[in-house]
Design a protein around this ligand. Structure first.
Ligand code: PEP
Ligand code: MG
Length: 577
């Protein structure tokens, strides 16, 4: 009998296949104690299991080395890092030796403790790391019992599971598995990110599905809408075929756009820059023909570390981004760390009552002068290798930009005296994400060379709606008349003063919103490489002068539904879509 389920689309594409229902490897272990004379043997059993998992992962890494997206290497590294984590391993040893617990029970307790810590974090990225911890501990547990992942996937199957580790995902695709549906997980999980780069359709968050499907049932999976249909009827199969054709057409059209200019129908060149957080993102940005890097988030060099990266390490990281972009502008943002992005370096304050309003971004850097100087020295040394622009996060007024410039000037002299090459006239820009900076822009614009609007934060501060609080639903939305007014005014002020303005928040990466941003006057977008070609495709189909003529109607829209109607009316026709 036909049944329809709804989850969240995590990797687009449409699939038709037989369900392979994999029941969870639950780590339901009762309290188990061992005798004192069993402790050494139990520790040995555990260490051997950990050793086997390490060797398995190492072998997997070598086997898949060249074949896969660069992200996979990072996930394997993260899992390998978790496997070396002293907190995990020493805690296990102590529980076995000190409390005479069985290795299984010690693992169970460690998993509970570590995942509770991750779940309590405010940052969605870190919350979604619970999956990684679960997967690593699950592997050790399976290895303790010499259990393997069961059978391999078969061509034409849709894996239905609680979660799927990223490393397995790549293997599954090689085995011919056509889609993955998980009852847990989030579109931000490593697995979801990897599924997108492998073009493997994926739907996450369909609770209860494991109990409501039988192995071998036929399913259609729509990775865009998140719809899963069991025992599909003729109409479902027809819709699946249509979706497949549409996706194939889209992919063909998009691939052709890699070398095409980002020019509107009426001939205006739009700057399409990429946001990047890792060398993999930078490589993809280059391959997709991005005009440069519009936002390089340096936090990611710091977040998985317990020790602050030193000047040389930072220098190499920044230099390599500049080299990879081969003369195209690279905008590197000063560290935007704060209690909102729980770090392990101990740099950010712990337990701030309201981290989003706390000591983050440039405020933290000014409170820790050595941190700012180390980063700036590394950046200035890197500037000799390309076109570096420095971006200051969380600017509220001109004094913060002036402070950064003063430090840059002093350090440039010092570095040159010491024989380092430092580029002349490095541009310094401000993130516009604190409403005060947007509203009093004319008071600070004389101190900056360019502006980058961080709509992720700007929206949360303008609407007093936490960007990470799912409970707020539509209270957090860029489609609010106040947000549109601020965007229009910042872009206008930038133009009047001859300062380029880009938007680097998630808004810029949503192709449905590209016409709206063009109408507001935007000419530079910075977005994640994943949707760069989609946005390019839409921008090329837009008539800029026509959209600008529709701006008054947009500004008259009094609420979100009216803004959405405007957006729907202004969607351009994409050829071949
Ligand atoms: C933003 O706030 O829009 C932004 C791009 O920065 P982040 O998401 O890193 O805060
Ligand atoms: Mg921000």
């Amino acid at each position: 009998m036909r049944r329809q389920f709804q989850g969240q689309g995590a990797s687009r594409g449409s699939a038709l296949g037989r369900a392979w229902v994999r029941l969870p490897d639950v780590l339901e272990v009762g309290e188990q104690h061992i005798a004192a004379d069993q402790v050494d043997a139990e520790l040995e059993r555990l260490h051997q299991a950990v050793g086997r998992v390490r060797a398995e992962m190492q072998a997997l890494r070598e086997r898949l080395q060249d074949a896969l997206a660069p992200e996979l290497g990072q996930f394997l590294d993260l899992h390998a890092l978790l496997l070396e984590d002293p907190e995990l391993l020493q805690g296990l040893d102590e529980a076995i030796r000190g409390q005479q617990l069985s290795a299984d029970y010690a693992l169970h307790l460690q998993r509970e403790r570590i995942t509770a810590g991750f779940r309590a974090m405010d940052d969605v990225y870190f919350r979604s790391r619970v999956e990684d911890v679960d997967q690593v501990i699950g592997r050790i547990h399976a290895s303790l019992h010499a259990r393997h992942d069961g059978r391999a996937g078969m061509a034409g199957e849709v894996l239905v599971a609680e979660t799927v580790p990223p490393a397995e995902l790549a293997q599954l695709q090689q085995q011919g598995v056509v889609a993955v549906v998980t009852t847990g997980g989030s579109p931000l999980s490593h697995s979801a990110i990897l599924a997108r780069s492998l073009h493997l359709p994926m739907v996450v968050g369909v609770p209860g599905l494991l109990q409501r499907l039988s192995d071998g049932e036929v399913l259609t999976v729509d990775g865009t809408s998140g719809e899963v249909v069991a025992a599909p009827g003729p109409a479902d199969l027809r819709r699946h075929r249509e979706r497949r054709r549409a996706v194939a057409r889209e992919l063909r059209a998009l691939r052709r756009l890699r070398r095409e200019p980002t020019r509107t129908l009426d001939g205006v060149e739009i700057g399409l820059y990429a946001n990047a957080e890792s060398p993999g993102d930078v490589a993809r940005a280059h391959a997709l023909g991005a005009a440069g890097i519009g936002l390089y988030r340096t936090e990611f060099l710091f977040l998985q570390r317990t020790v602050v990266p030193g000047e040389d390490e930072q220098f190499h990281a920044y230099r390599d981004v500049l080299l990879a972009m081969d003369g195209r502008p690279v905008t590197i943002r000063l560290l935007d760390l704060g209690a909102d992005k729980a770090d392990r370096t101990g740099l950010a304050l712990r337990d701030e009552p309201n981290p989003a309003l706390g000591l983050r971004g440039i405020r933290l850097a000014m409170a820790r002068p050595a941190l700012l100087e180390t980063q700036l020295r590394a950046l200035l040394r890197a500037s000799a290798y390309g076109r570096l622009r420095i971006l200051v996060p969380m600017v509220a007024g001109r004094e913060q930009v002036r402070h950064v410039r003063t430090v840059i000037d002093r350090l440039s002299v010092e570095l040159r005296t010491a024989g380092h090459g430092v580029a002349e006239g490095i541009q310094v820009g401000a993130m516009i994400e604190v409403p005060a900076a947007a509203l009093a822009l004319s008071t600070l614009i004389g101190d900056v060379d360019f502006l980058s609007i961080g709509t992720n934060d700007l929206v949360q501060y303008l609407l007093a709606a936490d960007r990470d609080n799912e409970a707020l639903g539509e209270f957090y939305t860029p489609l609010h008349p106040a947000v549109l007014r601020v965007l229009r005014d910042v872009i206008r002020t930038g133009k009047v003063h001859g300062r380029p303005v880009s938007v680097c928040g998630e808004l810029a990466g949503d192709p449905d919103l590209s016409p709206l941003l063009l109408a507001l006057g935007l000419e530079q977008f910075s977005l994640h490489p994943a949707t760069l070609l989609d946005v390019r495709q839409v921008l090329r189909a837009c008539d800029l002068s026509r959209l600008r003529a529709r701006l008054p109607a947009l500004m008259r829209a009094p609420d979100r539904p009216a803004i959405e109607r405007w957006i729907t009316r202004q969607q351009p026709r994409i050829e071949g879509a």
